[in-house]
Design a protein around this ligand. Structure first.
Ligand code: ASP
Length: 436
């Protein structure tokens, strides 16, 4: 019997998870779900995060040393960052246009607003304290944070991914510059580690349908009441519309126009990573799968994926920035604050910076939203207004984040002549597998 494709297996797992969650919530099985189902979801996410650092180290070193000279690295670096900034600004503008046209905050009635503010004031305060800590730092703090003072310390937390990337690029440059005879064994070692890590991803993905089942069942059981969702329907619809435009319109179009890949090919190739992004709400946890899909199914050479995608997962968050723009304007509208062109331009720049600074983990975008609000002169406590629907929107914006990373990887690969025909690559793999 032919095996069901991975994205179908994951979709079925998700659907069953939601159905089971609804059933459990109605039958009062909340404790059962949190004691016996949720842990499997946590184990699944942990196992993905577990290999994130080894994957970045091994694949980035391999990627950089394959480039063979430092000038190629800087060409790719400049293109990558340029495209990341461009797609993010585009996403913010899409969000701003929608939220200004629809005006979801203007329709929020006084009582609902007060109820929301009361219910979520405590949660909002925690986010505000987190964000103030980050905002208090000096202007060059982000640069200082990039350079770790101890690599073992940096690698001990997934939150320091950018520091690890910095060290690995530095190490890779050193490796290119030394005598090739001396560099070879080091390269071979990391090549081997890279193969092992890729195999581990395959193994972990076998458990993906069960993992997403557990994740979604526990999310549904823990979700706040339906009434709040309804009150925030217009706001959520604006965010979702913006994300949908990016995921189903802008990215496939960019890939089609600039890299000649068809809509179907792109969507089929990236969909398992999108489904995982949706279920985990974390671009970092999804990274191993994003890399595998973009390489094996979308034809991007490993040299490019290993450089572009780990950086993208940490700094390129189109979905998050779009959401931050919509949320900021929504909160302003709910408070009756008029935002002029100047304030909206501030939102573009701060949302760009805030999405770069957001960690690739669930809920990070909301913490950084505090900074966007503060810069635009919108009351930070307004965060309480959107709390109830943050998780579902987080799931969706993570999908956009991951799809944006994949798109840029394809465009960069095309621009440096490293985009192959995925069909051919699959056939090659097939022949090597069968003739082994
Ligand atoms: N969860 C998002 C991500 O990991 C970040 C955020 O918007 O909260 O990509």
């Amino acid at each position: 019997m032919k095996k069901l494709a991975l994205h179908w297996q994951i979709l079925i797992g998700m659907a069953l998870g939601v159905a089971f969650g609804v059933l459990a919530a109605n039958l009062g099985w909340e404790d059962f779900v949190s004691d016996w189902i949720k842990p499997f979801g946590t184990i699944f996410i942990n196992s993905l995060k577990l290999i994130a650092i080894p994957l970045i180290v091994a694949s980035l070193i391999k990627g950089i040393t394959d480039l063979k000279d430092v000038s190629k690295l800087s060409t790719m670096g400049v293109r990558t960052i340029g495209l990341y900034v461009m797609t993010t600004v585009l996403a913010i503008v899409v969000g701003l246009v929608i939220v200004n046209l629809v005006g979801p905050g203007t329709g929020l009635d006084q009582t609902t607003r007060d109820n929301l503010l009361n219910d979520f004031a405590g949660d909002a305060a925690v986010r505000i304290t987190d964000a103030t800590r980050q905002a208090d730092a000096g202007p060059l703090q982000a640069l200082v944070d990039l350079v770790p003072d101890n690599i073992v310390g940096a690698a001990s937390s997934n939150g320091n991914m950018l520091q690890v990337i910095f060290f690995v690029i530095f190490f890779g440059i050193g490796l290119i510059l030394i005598d090739p005879k001396k560099a070879q064994p080091v390269k071979d070692f990391f090549d081997g580690v890279n193969e092992v890590v890729l195999k581990l991803i395959d193994l972990i993905m076998l458990a993906a349908p069960v993992g997403v089942f557990a994740l979604l069942a526990s999310l549904v059981v823990e979700a706040p009441s339906k009434d709040l969702f309804v009150a925030l329907l217009m706001y959520s619809a604006c965010v979702l519309l913006g994300l949908a435009i990016m995921v189903f319109g802008v990215y496939p179009m960019l890939v089609k126009v600039f890299a000649g890949q068809s809509y179907r090919e792109f969507m089929a190739g990236i969909s398992p990573a999108q489904l995982l992004a949706f279920s985990t709400s974390s671009s970092a946890a999804t990274l191993p799968v994003t890399m595998e899909r973009v390489e094996e199914h979308l034809g991007v050479d490993e040299e490019v994926t290993s450089f572009v995608l780990p950086i993208g997962a940490t700094i390129n968050m189109d979905g998050t920035s779009l959401y931050q723009a919509v949320a900021a304007v929504f909160i302003a509208q709910a408070y009756g604050i008029e935002l002029g062109l100047g304030a909206q331009l501030t939102i573009i720049t701060t949302a760009l910076a805030a999405s770069i600074g957001s960690a690739a983990v669930p809920g990070a975008g909301m913490v950084m939203l505090v900074i966007v609000l503060a810069q635009a002169g919108i009351p930070e406590v307004g965060l309480a207004l959107i709390f109830a629907v943050d998780r579902p929107l987080d799931m969706c914006r993570t999908v956009a984040n991951v799809t944006g990373d994949a798109t840029v990887a394809i465009l960069v690969a095309k621009s440096v002549g490293k985009l192959g025909d995925p069909q051919e690559r699959r056939l090659d793999d097939y022949y090597t597998e069968t003739t082994r």
